[in-house]
Design a protein around this ligand. Structure first.
Ligand code: SF4
Length: 313
């Protein structure tokens, strides 16, 4: 008999799968990968899911970049002076290569950049690897593991192409039990169990996950800035820290290019505060329009679908 594992994000689809697992009557474990970039309501929702449902307590895993930070600090102390980088900059960057305890920020400092749609290392480093190494691997030592994923075809064209079952490179099997479900079915199972949806949905968020996600749309950025300005302020602080920890002395959360009509900073990426202001007015910012028009709204490239998307269907 396989051991069953549910990955919970605090979003509606993974909660639906958790509830479905309860209905199945099988014993299972549930795990939440804390990126460090989640909303406090999501932490609360996941932490209390077992109390509200009678299911198992959701275990929390976090990536640890202590070794990566130490390795990169040793590298920059050795190599940057040879590249003519001023000592004050080297020392400042080295001092910032200490673990902060926040996985997302530590990952960005160790990489010297934020993830992006083209280099979406966040899902793998912050979710897939910690879940695989800290939970799936140890479970596999006791026998086969079946991971139940909250992926629905309606979420995106990419997700619609995924199989119902497949092998994962970790050695587990993965199953998408709500693959053909509509959004109504997702809410229906919440109702059946008397479970409120994550409050973020009723506060204007189309999806639950990083706050914000690097893949978010303009409307989501505007909604976050309006309702949760402290999260934008946090990202502003992170931009300053990640900038000071790399030799380019620059790092922006979104790789959105400054409008060419912006004479002050032509051709550079814009910081989140500029994009938030633009998201409120829509004036100018043709480059920003182009960037955000291509944003998928969430989701990840991982076949474990660990980051929620907004529905396309
Ligand atoms: S929710 Fe977005 S930012 Fe967060 S790990 Fe997933 S893809 Fe990356």
């Amino acid at each position: 008999m396989p051991q069953h594992l549910i990955s919970c994000s605090g979003g509606k689809d993974s909660t639906a799968v958790y509830l479905l697992a309860i209905e199945s009557g099988r014993p299972f474990r549930a795990v939440f990968a804390d990126t460090g970039n989640e909303h406090e309501l999501t932490y609360e929702y996941v932490a209390r899911l077992h109390e509200r449902t009678g299911g198992p307590k959701v275990e929390v895993v976090r990536a640890d970049f202590t070794a990566d930070l130490a390795r990169h600090r040793a590298y920059l102390l050795r190599e940057w002076p040879k590249q003519g980088i001023p000592d004050a900059i080297v020392q400042e960057a080295a001092a910032l290569h200490e673990p902060t305890g926040n996985p997302y920020l530590d990952l960005c400092i160790s990489k010297g950049r934020f993830p992006s749609r083209m280099a979406q290392f966040c899902t793998g480093e912050l979710k897939e690897i910690p879940i695989t190494t800290q939970v799936v691997g140890p479970m596999l030592r006791n026998g086969p593991v079946l991971q139940w994923l909250g992926i629905r075809a309606a979420e995106s064209r990419n997700r619609a192409k995924q199989p119902r079952f497949n092998h994962h490179e970790s050695g587990s099997m993965v199953w998408r039990p709500i693959f053909r479900w509509s959004i109504d079915q997702v809410w229906e199972i919440h109702k059946r169990h008397g479970i409120e949806r994550n409050p973020l949905y009723t506060m204007g968020m189309g999806r639950v996950g990083c706050m914000p996600c690097i893949n978010c749309r303009k409307s989501e950025l505007r909604a976050i800035a309006a309702q949760f300005p402290e999260h934008i302020e946090r990202i502003e602080r992170w931009e300053a820290v990640v900038s000071a920890s790399n030799k380019r002395r620059s790092a922006t959360f979104f790789p959105a290019v400054t409008d060419p009509t912006d004479v002050d900073r032509p051709g550079t990426y814009s910081r989140i505060r500029t994009l938030v202001e633009w998201s409120k007015t829509g004036r100018g910012g043709r480059q920003y329009d182009m960037f955000f028009a291509q944003q998928p709204g969430g989701g990840c490239a991982s076949d474990l679908g660990l980051c929620e998307s907004t529905d396309h269907g």
